[in-house]
Design a protein around this ligand. Structure first.
Ligand SMILES: N[C@@H](CCC(=O)N[C@@H](CS)C(=O)NCC(=O)O)C(=O)O
Length: 227
């Protein structure tokens, strides 16, 4: 039995929650609030002091990308070929690196300043604009339709899908869904991923925090290159 422990939000755990679901193994989704987090920390259950963690039959694993690779492997999503696997990891790391641009905005207390700082990331040639255009290009260049040019969905697709569209859920002041109009290929990627039968089934519910992962989430945005 595997247990993921994290806050309620999709945040850094969503990719691994989804991979565990795909794995078909029995797993438990344990949601904690801040007090629960502090208790785990005081108990010494968090190897590096942060969530998410997975409790596996062999012990605790921390760090969201380690969790993604572990649960991705359990789900059979990790390529056997080591070069292809490295190319998948390359994308996973690049996407993780987006946090460096985004996370400093969390500590800005003044709301107008916070909004302005985030919007600056998405204006033409801003850090996130460049990042989203770069990942769009990767998608456009793929001959298989999967980001890392794999034969089937890899953890890079899951990471890109969840980390990209979570930003536009409305939970981050200053980042709005209409900004996606600048990235038509990403909208096509969204259409592909959200309609994948396993993704579609997982999000076929009323969970308001996860609307961005459903097929109809951005249908009215911009001039998407729907596939
Ligand atoms: N590098 C870690 C970062 C994890 C992280 O920052 N977790 C946040 C929640 S998203 C946390 O535990 N915050 C508690 C705190 O800041 O004290 C990972 O990718 O898992």
């Amino acid at each position: 039995m595997h247990e993921i422990v994290y806050f309620e939000s999709p945040g850094f755990a969503e990719v691994s929650r989804f991979c565990l679901e795909l794995s078909g193994l029995e797993w438990k989704n344990t949601v904690v609030d801040w007090d629960g987090y502090m208790q785990l920390k005081e108990k010494g259950d968090l190897p590096w002091g942060y969530l998410p963690i997975i409790r596996s039959p062999d012990g605790i694993v921390a760090e969201s990308n380690a969790l993604l690779r572990y649960t991705g492997a359990l789900a059979g999503l990790e390529p056997e070929d080591l070069f292809i696997r490295a190319k998948v990891d390359e994308l996973v790391e690049v996407i993780n690196g987006w946090r460096e641009a985004f996370i400093p905005t969390f500590s800005i207390e003044d709301l107008d300043e916070k909004i302005a700082a985030r919007q600056a990331l998405f204006v033409e040639d801003g850090k996130m604009d460049r990042a989203l255009k770069a990942i769009s290009h990767v998608f456009e260049q793929s001959t298989t339709g999967w980001l890392a040019n794999t034969e089937s969905m890899s953890i890079a697709d899951i990471k890109a899908f969840m980390d990209t569209f979570m930003m536009f859920s409305g939970q981050f002041d200053g980042v709005t869904a209409d900004m996606l109009a600048n990235y038509p290929s990403l909208l096509a990627f969204h259409e592909k991923m959200s309609n994948e039968p396993k993704v579609k089934k997982y999000y076929d519910n009323d969970d308001k925090a996860r609307w961005v992962f459903r097929p109809d989430a951005f249908l009215d945005i911009g001039d998407s290159q729907h596939i």
